[in-house]
Ligand binder design. Structure first.
Ligand code: AMP
Length: 385
């Protein structure tokens, strides 16, 4: 069988320490041929010993779906890599030197980059096609210096590559373009505040398609309140907990990453469950919801100031796309700032890209689904030709 280049799919891999998410996507048409996840990799009692074994399981799952990877004329493999550090500001074809550099960046992303390296190694051993790394930080690599610089001694920052990197960049970039398409306006004309609200949450300010600020920082811990992550806290908290509670740095890091956020405040991290509990009158859930919304308003206001006003406020990812109560609460009281959500449009339960502001809202408020895998597939295809 011959395949036109534009029929040939890209395999998108997102390797975590114990999971491997995959999608087989045709970049040009957006056709999703197959998708799935392999879990419990390397865990005791699991039949999936490592990421190489996980690729075999993926192959078997795909065959069950009628997809034979050796027959699809695979064009390339696109790998999601969380941290590109100071080196990578765009997708890159992976060779041994690139892989080594991603490995070295593990110091900046110890929870994420090691798994990506293992996933890339396994996939390069299995698929003899170009492999491309697409970095979550890339879209934010061109942040203005005043936004990316922390006010710490310059020599210390330089020596240890300390700066605001930002994450979820693939999503923010995709949504910025998709929003321009929805509005039928050129990306270059728009000032956008984008709220990516999923398990991880981040905000960005985007002017003319270029990011000018974002809420995540050196690590994905900074900024908005998330499912299990605290987001912004006083930087003095670490020293205080170390002295007063006798906690080690690793313990503090674990508490702030895994046991804080909505989970730490309410006992659940799934936002659907949180909203159910709020509706049932649970006080802890109410406080968690209010803290989430307060922080969101804080960033919306900040980015309106950074941008000198906005043309559009965009909600995306699991919570942003599906939770009308969060969208309503964020916009509540922002009429003076030109933001007014129409309750019927906000609550109508539709799922596609759509406008939810009232006709007299100076700022358009939109819900725009993100698709990081499609974005990775497209960037991969662009690079390998
Ligand atoms: P993501 O990381 O983009 O998959 O988003 C995951 C988050 O979206 C979880 O906190 C889910 O509870 C939340 N979510 C998904 N669907 C809904 C919904 N219908 N209402 C509220 N939150 C939702």
């Amino acid at each position: 069988m011959t395949h036109a280049p534009t029929d040939r799919p890209v395999l998108v891999l997102n390797a975590g320490s114990s999971s491997l998410k995959y999608q087989l996507v045709v970049p040009e048409s957006g056709e999703l041929r197959a998708a799935g996840i392999v879990e419990r990799i390397g865990e005791s009692g699991s039949e999936v010993a490592d990421h190489a074994a996980a690729l075999e399981v993926m192959g078997a799952q795909l065959r069950d779906d009628g997809v034979h990877l050796d027959d699809v004329a695979l064009r390339a493999v696109g790998h999601r890599v969380v941290h590109g550090g100071p080196d990578f500001s765009a997708p890159v074809v992976i060779d041994d030197a690139v892989l080594e550099r991603i490995r070295q960046l593990s110091a900046l992303a110890p929870l994420h980059n090691p798994a990506a390296v293992i996933g890339i190694e396994a996939a390069r051993g299995r698929f003899d096609v170009p492999h491309v790394a697409v970095f979550d930080t890339a879209f934010f690599s061109s942040l203005p210096a005043e936004a990316s610089t922390y006010a710490v001694p310059r020599d210390l920052a330089a020596k240890h590559s300390i700066r605001r990197y930002g994450f979820h960049g693939t999503s923010h970039q995709f949504v910025a373009q998709a929003t321009a398409d929805l509005l039928g306006r050129p990306l270059t004309d728009l000032r956008q505040v984008i709220l990516h609200l999923g398990n991880g949450c981040s905000a960005s300010a985007v002017r003319g398609g270029h990011a000018v600020d974002t809420s995540m920082g050196l690590t994905p811990l900074q900024g908005l309140v998330m499912g299990t992550r605290s987001g912004d806290v006083d930087p003095g908290l670490h020293a205080y907990l170390s002295r007063e509670a006798g906690m080690s740095i690793d313990e503090i890091d674990t508490v702030l990453n895994k046991r804080s956020g909505v989970l730490g405040l309410s006992g659940v991290n799934d936002f659907r469950e949180l909203v159910h509990r709020v509706e049932a009158g649970d006080d802890a859930a109410r406080l968690a919801f209010d803290v989430v919304v307060h922080r969101l308003k804080h960033y919306v206001g900040a980015y309106l100031a950074i941008l000198g006003g906005a043309d559009v406020l965009v909600f995306t990812a699991g919570i942003g796309q599906h939770s009308a109560p969060v969208r309503a609460a964020v916009a509540d009281g922002l009429g003076e700032l030109g933001i007014a959500v129409d309750p019927a449009r906000n609550g109508d339960g539709s799922t596609g890209a759509r406008i939810i502001s009232s006709d007299d809202s100076r700022v358009v408020v939109a819900v725009v689904p993100t698709d990081e895998e499609l974005a990775i597939a497209r960037q991969t295809a662009e690079l390998v030709g």
